[in-house]
Each structure stands twice: as C-alpha cells, then as structure tokens.
Write a protein that binds this ligand. Structure first.
Ligand code: ZN
Length: 388
C-alpha cells in the first residue's frame, strides 16, 4: 500500500490547525467546518471508488437488514446530507468501517463471523459513534501534531499480500477509518457511546465481548494476516478489555435481552456464500469448510455450497479429505445430476486416485453439460491422460 503515504501526506495539508474539541453531530441543519467539508468530499470520492469496485456487492436483503439494525440503535442525525447507510464488501477479513458522512462498510468476513444480531450491532454501534462524534475530523487534526498515521503506515503495518484487497482502493480517509483506526482515546469513546446505544436498543450486552473474543480467536487462527483494524490482535484485545469494563459497570437490569440469532440467520446465507467462496480462493480451507457447513444447516442441500465444501476438502489434502470430498461430490451428483462443476471435480479426484476410466467418464460428462466451458482445453488434456 505504498500509495497511501502520499495520499495521507497530501491530506494533512488539508487539515487546518483547528481544535480537536468539537461537539458530536446532532443537528441535521448544522454547517460543517471548512476542513471537515473537504474531508467529506474526499471521503465521498473514496466511496464512489469502493462502490464501483468488484468488492461491493448489492445484497439488498442484507443491506436492508443492517440498515434496520442501525435504525434500531437510533443514532442522532448527521448534517450536510449525511446519513447512516450500510454497504457490503466481499472480503473475507474481519472488518467494518464508517466514513464521516455515515456510509458504513461491512466485510463479508465480519458478517460470517457474527453469531447473532446483537454481535453485529456491537460493531455497527461502534462505527456509528466514529461518524457521529466526528472522529475523522478529530483524527486528521490530531495527526498534524502527532503524525500517528504516518508512523503507523510507515511501520510496515500494510505489508505484502494485499493484492485483491479493499485496502488498495482506500485513500487517506478510508485508510484511517478501516486500517489504522483512531487514537486509543477515540476508540474507547466509540466503545463506550456505542455500548450505550446497544443497551438502549435492548440488545443483550453480553454479546459484545463474545463478538470480540470470537474475532480475536479468528484473527489469531487466520493464515492470511490482515492489516485491518478489526483483524489485529492488539486492537481486538483493547476492545475486549474495554467492553469487559463497560459490562462490569452495567447494572444487570440495564441490559436488554435481544440477541437476534434467527433474524441474522434468515438473511445471512448470500453473504456467507460469497465469503466462503472468497476464503476458498484464498486457500483457507478450514474456514471454508466451517462456513459451508453453517450455510448448509441454514439452507440444506444447496448445491453450490455443498460443492464449495467438497472443493475445500479436495484441495486441503489432509488424510481423510479425499474420501470426504468424494462422498460429498457423489451425493451432489445424485441430487443434482446437471451440476457440471461436480463432474469436473469428480474427474480430477478420480484422476488423482488413478481411476482413469472413472475420470474419463466424469470429464466427458462435464463437457456435455458445459460444452463452452472456459477450461475446455485443460479438460481435453486431462481426457488424453485418461487414455490407456
Ligand atoms: Zn473504531
């Protein structure tokens, strides 16, 4: 992410030497400060880039659901035409971030991690506060003195392996919102005010620490290390400590009881499917298998996710994986005889196991079902390998 440095450098010039003591947004007709207006303009350019990219998928049911959670949290209104609205980005890493005008981006990786609505609401409430309490403005004004962002960016946080990542599309505003985060003080404010919104909305406050603990376990497990704020061990540990403290000072009667597991699971499958495919492409087979299994408990017999699960087993290559993949693919062949990708994988698996007549039969069937397949040339090569 070398391009972030000049972007941030340029951006610093835009920030005046004004105070970081600014009141939260409350009044929808209030005027923005001059540097804040430029900040919003920059943020909107970055959003246009993100929204037009392949990372952004339109999942209206999921977005409506997330917007519904935001509405339930009842944030104060934003000025200058700003509004809280959510967007989904296909990225299997754990993250969500808010732009200063209220656009909230949620990665499919974070959606796939959440067990229930209260856990998602915890993260959304935290992000809402960043926008309401004008943390981008405070952050850019602070950074003029502290050069914290430059230090963070220069410290190798944004390393290699980010090809095909959302990070590539972010400028200074998005990088601060999504990757570096804000000062520890502002992050704690987002936790504390977000926690008040969460409990006032009737959510079970205990789900807040559970969400961050599960995210920490996942961040530690994931083979692909990610620079995002909500994917980094120290930032997640800070959230856990912060929410444990908030929980311990909450009178038991003040916590709500809403968890919303059923509600989340009713809309989650399309996001879960996109995320499972993305983790399969990344080669994170353990995670792919877990997600496909969760999906298939929500929508049993779904051919595409059964295939994704089989592929993760076939490619992972642990002792029982070939047998499991074969079993899953044969079941899929029985239930969905026209599903071409299963035939291709059965061919590859049979060939790898030295069962050439079986392999030839499956490859031929694949080409019957998909005569214009993009990989037709490869399959014909495999078919020649199957000849005695
Ligand atoms: Zn934050």
């Amino acid at each position: 992410m070398r391009c972030a440095l000049p972007a941030v450098g340029l951006f610093l010039l835009l920030a005046g030497c004004a105070s970081t003591d600014v009141a939260p947004h409350r009044n929808p007709t209030a005027a923005l400060e001059d540097d804040e207006r430029r900040l919003w303009a920059r943020a909107r350019e970055e959003q246009a880039r993100l929204d037009a990219s392949d990372f952004h998928v339109r999942l209206p049911q999921v977005e409506d659901y997330l917007d519904g959670i935001v509405a339930r949290l009842r944030p104060d209104p934003l000025p200058n035409g700003g509004a809280f609205r959510t967007r989904v980005l296909v990225d299997p890493t754990l993250n969500a971030f808010a732009m200063p005008d209220g656009a909230i981006y949620v990665h499919t990786g974070l959606l796939a991690q959440a067990e229930n609505e209260a856990q998602l609401a915890t993260v959304l409430a935290h992000e809402i506060v960043h926008a309401l309490h004008r943390h981008s403005l405070k952050g850019t004004r602070q950074v003029r003195n502290q050069t914290a962002i430059l230090a963070t960016l220069g410290a190798g946080t944004l390393g290699a392996g980010l090809a095909g990542s959302v990070v590539q599309l972010l400028g200074a505003v998005g990088t601060m919102a999504s990757v570096t985060g804000y000062s520890r003080e502002l992050e704690r404010e987002a936790d504390a005010v977000g926690f008040r919104l969460l409990t006032a909305a009737g959510y079970d406050a205990r789900e807040s620490t559970r969400m961050f603990e599960a995210m920490l376990a996942e961040a530690d497990r994931a083979k692909h290390k990610s620079p995002y704020f909500f994917s980094t061990h120290p930032r997640l540990q800070e959230r856990i400590a912060s929410f444990e403290q908030l929980l311990s000072s909450l009178p038991p009667a003040a916590s709500g009881t809403r968890t919303g597991r059923v509600e989340l699971e009713a809309v989650l499958p399309p996001a879960l499917a996109l995320n499972a495919e993305a983790t399969l492409r990344l080669g994170d087979f353990d995670s792919t298998i877990a997600q496909a299994k969760r999906f298939l408990t929500l929508q049993p017999g779904h051919p595409h996710l059964a295939f994704v699960q089989a592929e993760a087993h076939r490619k992972r290559g642990q002792p029982d994986d070939a047998a499991t993949a074969l079993q899953l693919l044969q079941a899929l062949e029985q239930s969905h005889s026209q599903f071409a990708p299963a035939q291709r994988s059965l061919g590859l698996l049979s060939l790898a196991q030295g069962r050439k007549p079986d392999a030839a039969r499956h490859f031929k069937r694949y080409l019957e079902l998909e005569p214009a397949a993009a990989d037709r040339g490869y399959i014909l090569d495999f078919l020649r390998q199957c000849e005695p």
